[in-house]
Write a protein that binds this ligand. Structure first.
Ligand code: 5AD
Ligand code: SF4
Length: 476
C-alpha cells in the first residue's frame, strides 16, 4: 500500500515556488530561442553575513529561472539586498538607486527589485513608493523564498509589486541556492533576534528568533560536504540562543557536537556569539574539538557596565573580562575579535575610558568599530544626551589607535612550524602567491599552484608580519 506523505506548510510553499520557477524557466527558454539573448541579472549585497547568505539564495532562484549573472548593474534584473543597521547603510542605497533610475531609462524592460532589512521599515517603503517610482519589486527579510512568484506577478501586472511581512510565518527549506565559494559555505542555523539591545534595529527588521531543526541543518551540511565544502560558518544573530525555541530544545554546544561528526567538514566557524549567554559547555566543546576554529567573534559594544545596562546587553565589564579569561585558559592561542560602538547616548569620558581599558586588557586581534547611529523606533533613539559628532569622532580615532597598539601579536604558530592552511585563492597583490587562512583566521601567503585552491594543506610558517605570515609548502 502506498503511503501519502503529509507535507507541512513550509514544504507546500517549497513545492509551490519550485513550480513557479519551472514555469518561468520554460518561458525564459522560449524567449531565448526567439531572441538568442539570455536575460542577465546582478545582485548587490549590503551589510552582514546573513545578507550575503540570503543573496546566495536569491542568486540560486534567478539562475534556475534562466537569468545569467553579470557583475555590473547594466542588467535586465537588478536587485539590492539592503542593510539598515546604521543610517549610512540607508544612504548608500538611496544614492545608488538614483543611478539605477538612469539605467532604466535606457532599458525600459529592466526590472529593479529591492529587498532586505531596509524594506522592513515602513517609512523607507513609503519614501521609495513616492520618490523612486521606477522600482518594480519590493520585499523584505521574511519572504526571499517568494522571489520567483513576485517576478511572475511583476511580469503580468506591470505594476510595482510590494510583498512585506512583519514577522516570519515559516521556515521554507530546500529552495535553490548558488554558493559563492566551492570550498566554504555559510549555513543559517537560526533567524531573527529576541535580545532587543536598545540601539539595535535588527529585532524589528528580522523578527523573532527562530531556530532551524538540527536535522535540516545537518542534512544541509552533509550535502555541502558531499559537494566538496571543507569549511562551514554557522550563522545566527546570536548563536548562543540556538535551539531554545525548538519543539525539542537543544543547546548550541550540542548542535556543534553533531556538526563536528559530519565527515568531510574539516573546519567549523560561527557567528555571532553574544557574551550574555556563552555557556561553559560551549567553551568545553570548543576546547575539545579538532574542527572548531581558534577564533571567536565576541562583540562587547562598550566596556562600561553603566552603558551596557542602558544598552540592555545583560553582562558587565567584569563578567566580559572573566569570560575572556576562561576562554584564554581553555584555548590558549584563541584569536578574539569584537564590535564596539562609540557615542551611545549618555556616554561620558569615564564610560569611554572603560572601553579603552577593556580593549587594552583583552588585546583583540581586530575590532569592528562604529559610531552610534540613531535608529528610529529603538529605545536608544529617544534617550537623553545624544553625544555630539565632534566628541564621537575624537573618541573613535582614539579607539582605533588603541586597538592597533594593543592588538595582541596574534599567534598562528611558531616560525618553522607546519600548520594547516585552507587555501582561499590567488594573492590579490602578487598573483604569483596563494593566500590561505590559519584556523585562527590569520592569513598566510606562499608560493603554490592554483589547483590547491579550496584544499586544506600543510604550510610551513617562515616569517611573521603583524597581521599575516609568509610561508612555504614543505618538502615532502
Ligand atoms: N549604531 C552603531 N552601531 C550599531 N550596531 C548595531 N546597531 C548599531 C547602531 N544603531 C553595530 C553593533 C553590532 C554590529 C553588527 O553593528 O556593534 O554588533
Ligand atoms: Fe542587535 Fe543585540 Fe540582537 Fe545583536 S543581539 S542583533 S546587537 S539586538
Amino acid at each position: 500500500m502506498s503511503k501519502t506523505k503529509i507535507l507541512n506548510v513550509g514544504e507546500i510553499e517549497t513545492q509551490k515556488q519550485k513550480y513557479i520557477i519551472e514555469k518561468l524557466r520554460k518561458e525564459f527558454e522560449n524567449k531565448y530561442k526567439e531572441t538568442n539573448k539570455k536575460k542577465t541579472f546582478h545582485v548587490e549585497t549590503f551589510g552582514c553575513q546573513m545578507n550575503f547568505r540570503d543573496s546566495e539564495k536569491i542568486t540560486g532562484i534567478l539562475t534556475q529561472i534562466g537569468y545569467e549573472e553579470v557583475d555590473t548593474e547594466e542588467a535586465d534584473f537588478v536587485i539590492y539586498n539592503t542593510c539598515t543597521v546604521r543610517e549610512n547603510a540607508n544612504n548608500k542605497v538611496y544614492g545608488r538607486l538614483g543611478y539605477l533610475g538612469k539605467l532604466k531609462k535606457e532599458n525600459p524592460d529592466m526590472i529593479i527589485a529591492i529587498c532586505g532589512c531596509m524594506m522592513q521599515v515602513p517609512e523607507v517603503v513609503e519614501k521609495i513608493k513616492k520618490s523612486y517610482r521606477f522600482v518594480d519589486i519590493i520585499f523584505g527579510t521574511h519572504n526571499i523564498y517568494k522571489l520567483a512568484e513576485l517576478i511572475e506577478l511583476r511580469l503580468y501586472s506591470k505594476r510595482m509589486v510590494i510583498d512585506l511581512l512583519t514577522d516570519a510565518q515559516m521556515i521554507v527549506e530546500n529552495l535553490p541556492s548558488e554558493r559563492k565559494y566551492d570550498f566554504k559555505a555559510g549555513v543559517n542555523i537560526m533567524f531573527g533576534c529576541n535580545n532587543f539591545c536598545t540601539y539595535c534595529i535588527v529585532p524589528y527588521v528580522r523578527g523573532r528568533e527562530r531556530s532551524r531543526s538540527p536535522e535540516e541543518i545537518i542534512s544541509e551540511i552533509k550535502q555541502l560536504a558531499n559537494d566538496g565544502v571543507v569549511e562551514i560558518m554557522l550563522l545566527g544573530q546570536n548563536v548562543n540562543s540556538y535551539g531554545k525555541n525548538l519543539d525539542q530544545p537543544m543547546t548550541f554546544a550540542s548542535l556543534l557536537q553533531r556538526v563536528e561528526r559530519v565527515e568531510g567538514i574539516e573546519r567549523i566557524r560561527f557567528m555571532t556569539s553574544n557574551p550574555m549567554d556563552l555557556s561553559d559547555d560551549l567553551i568545553e566543546v570548543m576546547k575539545n574539538s579538532s574542527k572548531i576554529c581558534n577564533h571567536l567573534h565576541l562583540p562587547i559594544q562598550s566596556g562600561s557596565t553603566r552603558l551596557l545596562k542602558l544598552m540592555n546587553r545583560k553582562y558587565t565589564k567584569e563578567s566580559y573580562l572573566e569570560l575572556v579569561r576562561k576562554l584564554k585558559i581553555a584555548i590558549p592561542n584563541i584569536s578574539l575579535t569584537t564590535d564596539i560602538i562609540v557615542g551611545f547616548p549618555g556616554e561620558t569620558d569615564e564610560d569611554f575610558e572603560d572601553t579603552i581599558d577593556v580593549v587594552k586588557q583583552v588585546g583583540f586581534d581586530s575590532a569592528f568599530t562604529f559610531i552610534y547611529s540613531k535608529r528610529t523606533g529603538t529605545p536608544a533613539a529617544t534617550m537623553d544626551k545624544q553625544v555630539p559628532n565632534e566628541v564621537c569622532n575624537i573618541r573613535f580615532d582614539h579607539l582605533l589607535k588603541t586597538i592597533r597598539e594593543s592588538s595582541k601579536d596574534s599567534d598562528g604558530g611558531e616560525i618553522n612550524s607546519i600548520q594547516k592552511v585552507l587555501v582561499e585563492g590567488i594573492n590579490e597583490q602578487n598573483p604569483e602567491l596563494l593566500t590561505g587562512r590559519l584556523t585562527n583566521n590569520m592569513l598566510v601567503h606562499f608560493k603554490g599552484e592554483n589547483h590547491l585552491i579550496g584544499k586544506i594543506i600543510p604550510v610551513k610558517l617562515i616569517e611573521k608580519k603583524r597581521f599575516y605570515y609568509m610561508g612555504e609548502i614543505p618538502n615532502q
